[in-house]
Design a protein around this ligand. Structure first.
Ligand code: SF4
Length: 216
C-alpha cells in the first residue's frame, strides 16, 4: 500500500468508524454493572476471564458486598469463594481488597473519576481506568486497548505498534475525543464477530474496501 497522508488516514478512520457503528449498533461493554464501583470490580475480575463468566458471579458478589466499604471489610476467604470461577482468584481478591480499602480511605468510599486517581488504586491500570471513565462516568479520557483493539488497529493500519500504550496514542491521534470510548466497543464487537483472530471473515466485512489487510 502506498504511504498514506495523515489527512487521508483520518478520513479513512472516520469512514471505518461510521460503517462499524452502523454494523454494530449494540456495541457497548458486556460487563453488567449499575455504577462505577460495580464496573471497577467487574473489570478487575475480567482479567483472563470471559465477560459471561464475570457476569455469572457478580450478582451474588454485589448482593453480599454492595459497596466499596462493604467489600473492603470482607474476609479474604469469603471473597475468594465467590469469585473463584473467574480464575486467578487469590490475586483478584488481593486487588479487590486493596482497591476498595484505598477507595474508602482516600475517597470516602466513592470510586474517583480521574485517570490520575484511578491508576493510583491497587489493581487498576490505565486500561481498567479507561473502561471505568468511559463507561461509568461518560468521560473520553483514553481508549481501551485489549487484544481485539490491538489486532484490528494493526490490520486496519491505524498503527504499526504492538505496545498497548503506543497503539492507544496512535488511535487518540486519529479519532476525535468524543469517539474514543465507542471506538473500542466497535473494534471489540467487530473483532469478535467478523475480524476474528485466526481467519478474518473479510468477505463479510463492511470495511474490507478500506482495510489494507483485506483478503478480498
Ligand atoms: S477486511 Fe478482513 S482484516 Fe480487514 S478489518 Fe475486515 S475482516 Fe479484518
Amino acid at each position: 500500500m502506498p504511504r498514506e497522508s495523515k489527512r487521508k488516514k483520518r478520513e479513512r478512520a472516520e469512514r471505518v468508524y461510521d460503517l462499524l457503528a452502523e454494523e454494530h449498533p449494540d456495541a457497548r461493554t458486556a460487563l453488567h454493572h449499575e455504577n462505577a464501583f460495580q464496573l471497577a470490580v467487574a473489570t478487575i475480575l475480567s482479567a483472563q476471564c470471559t465477560d459471561e463468566r464475570v457476569n455469572s458471579v457478580t450478582p451474588a458478589l454485589f448482593e453480599r458486598w454492595p459497596t466499596a466499604a462493604a467489600m473492603a471489610g470482607a474476609r479474604p476467604k469469603d471473597l475468594e469463594k465467590v469469585i473463584r470461577p473467574t480464575g486467578f482468584f487469590r490475586n483478584k481478591t488481593k486487588s479487590l481488597l486493596g482497591m476498595t480499602r484505598a477507595v474508602v480511605q482516600e475517597y470516602g468510599g466513592e470510586i474517583p473519576d480521574s485517570m490520575e486517581a484511578l491508576v493510583g488504586l491497587p489493581g487498576i491500570g490505565r486500561k481498567t481506568a479507561n473502561v471505568i471513565l468511559g463507561n461509568a462516568f461518560g468521560r473520553d479520557e483514553g481508549i481501551v486497548v485489549d487484544t481485539h483493539v490491538r489486532r484490528l488497529s494493526r490490520r486496519l493500519r491505524f498503527t504499526t505498534h504492538d505496545d498497548p500504550e503506543k497503539i492507544e496514542h496512535d488511535l487518540m491521534d486519529l479519532f476525535p475525543r468524543e469517539r474514543w470510548t465507542m471506538l473500542s466497543h466497535l473494534l471489540i464487537f467487530h473483532g469478535r464477530r467478523v475480524c476474528v483472530a485466526r481467519k478474518p471473515r473479510c468477505e463479510e466485512c463492511v470495511v474490507s474496501h478500506l482495510c489494507p489487510s483485506s483478503r478480498v
